[in-house]
Unconditional design. Structure first.
Length: 337
C-alpha cells in the first residue's frame, strides 16, 4: 500500500496565506484539493490604497465566470491565475499575508500587479500604510513603486487607480495620484492597462485578464486613456435606448420623465463604455435604465470640478440618422431631412 501523505498544520497555514479567496470559499466542497492541484501560471498581487473597496466587491460579483471559478479554476482552458495577496479576499492576515506578497514580489517580471485606489503622495504617502517592516509602516506609495517596478504589467482597477478619481478631487489634501501619474513621476516604465469605473464592471476585468492569458499584453488594444477598446470603444450616447428622444429634441425636465436625460446632466455624450449593451447586475439594468443620467465614471474628468448635473458640450457622436425613432410611428427629424 502506498504511503499516505498528510497536510501538516504549517503547510496548511502557508496554503491559506497564499490564497486570495475569501474565508467562506473554504466551505466549497473539494476546495483544498483543487487549490493544491492548481497550476499558478501568472501570480497576482492585488493592493488596495485610497479606495472604498467597491472595485473588488464589484469583481467578486462576477457571474460568468463566478469569482470562485476565477480564483480556483481555469479562466480559459489551460490558463490559471494565482492571486497571492488581496486584503479583502484572503484568509491570511498580518505577517503571513505580507509574506505572501513578498514571495511573489521576488519573481521579477513574472507577476501582475493589480492596483485599486488612488495613491497618497503628500508627506511621502504616510496617509496610507499596508503592513510594516522592522516596526515601521510601509506606505501604499512604496508598495506601488516597489511592486510596480518589478511587475510584468499593472492593471489599474477602478477610476481612482486609473485617473485619481474621488480621492484626488479638489482640494486633494493627501496629494492622491493615479498609477500612471506616479509611474511618470518616478520614471517607471512598466506597462499599465486602465480598467476604470466607479466601480468597474466585472466583465471588463475578467475579459481583460482572459485576453492577457490568451495572447499576452500585446493582445489588449487600448485607447488614448489606456483603456481596452473592447469595452471602452464606443460612446454611451450612441447606444443609449433614449437616443431617439435626443434626436427628436425630447428632453427630460425631471428624472421621472421617460425622455433623454442630457439636459439633466447626463454624461453619456462624452463617456466611452459599453454599459447600455452589457448592462449591470447580471444583465438586469444600468444607470439610465434606472432613470438617472450617466455620471461619466469611466472618464479621466470624473468626478468633475463643477456640479455632477452640469450639461456637458457634445464633441462627437454618430449621426442621428443612424438610429431608428423611439416609437414606431415617429420619425427622427434628421432621417427625413
Amino acid at each position: 500500500m502506498p504511503k499516505q501523505s498528510f497536510l501538516s498544520r504549517r503547510d496548511f497555514l502557508k496554503l491559506s496565506a497564499t490564497s486570495l479567496t475569501a474565508a467562506s470559499l473554504l466551505q466549497i466542497p473539494g476546495f483544498a484539493k483543487r487549490l493544491e492541484a492548481a497550476v499558478a501560471e501568472i501570480p497576482v498581487v492585488w493592493i488596495q490604497t485610497g479606495s472604498c473597496t467597491g472595485c473588488v466587491v464589484s469583481i467578486a460579483n462576477a457571474v460568468s465566470p463566478k469569482i470562485q471559478e476565477i480564483l480556483l479554476d481555469q479562466v480559459i482552458p489551460g490558463k490559471h491565475i494565482s492571486l497571492a495577496y488581496n486584503a479583502t479576499l484572503m484568509a491570511a492576515a498580518g505577517d503571513l499575508a505580507m509574506q505572501a506578497m513578498e514571495k511573489v514580489a521576488e519573481k521579477k517580471g513574472q507577476f501582475v500587479l493589480i492596483a485599486e485606489g488612488a495613491f497618497a503622495t503628500k508627506d511621502d504617502g504616510l496617509y496610507c500604510q499596508i503592513g510594516e517592516k522592522n516596526g515601521k509602516g510601509i506606505t501604499g506609495l512604496e508598495h506601488l513603486i516597489n511592486l510596480g517596478s518589478n511587475a510584468m504589467a499593472v492593471l489599474a482597477l477602478g477610476t481612482c487607480a486609473c485617473y485619481g478619481g474621488i480621492p484626488a478631487a479638489p482640494p486633494n489634501p493627501t496629494g492622491c495620484k493615479s498609477v500612471t501619474q506616479v509611474f511618470s513621476d518616478k520614471g517607471i516604465k512598466t506597462p499599465v492597462i486602465n480598467i476604470p469605473g466607479c466601480p468597474p464592471h466585472p466583465d471588463w476585468f475578467v475579459g481583460t485578464v482572459a485576453t492577457i492569458l490568451i495572447g499576452g499584453l500585446k493582445a489588449v488594444t487600448v485607447d488614448i486613456h489606456g483603456r481596452p477598446l473592447a469595452f471602452f470603444g464606443s460612446l454611451i450616447h450612441d447606444n443609449c435606448a433614449r437616443r431617439g428622444h435626443f434626436d427628436a429634441g425630447r428632453f427630460a425636465k425631471k428624472f421621472s420623465d421617460p425622455y433623454c436625460l442630457y439636459e439633466l446632466g447626463c454624461k453619456g455624450p462624452v463617456t466611452s463604455a459599453d454599459c447600455p449593451t452589457r448592462l449591470w447586475n447580471n444583465g438586469n439594468n444600468w444607470c439610465v435604465g434606472c432613470g438617472h443620467g450617466c455620471i461619466g465614471c469611466v472618464e479621466p474628468e470624473f468626478p468633475y470640478e463643477k456640479s455632477l448635473y452640469t450639461v456637458v458640450p457634445i464633441e462627437k457622436m454618430t449621426p442621428p440618422a443612424t438610429y431608428p425613432a423611439v416609437e414606431a410611428k415617429q420619425t427622427s427629424p434628421s432621417a427625413t431631412g
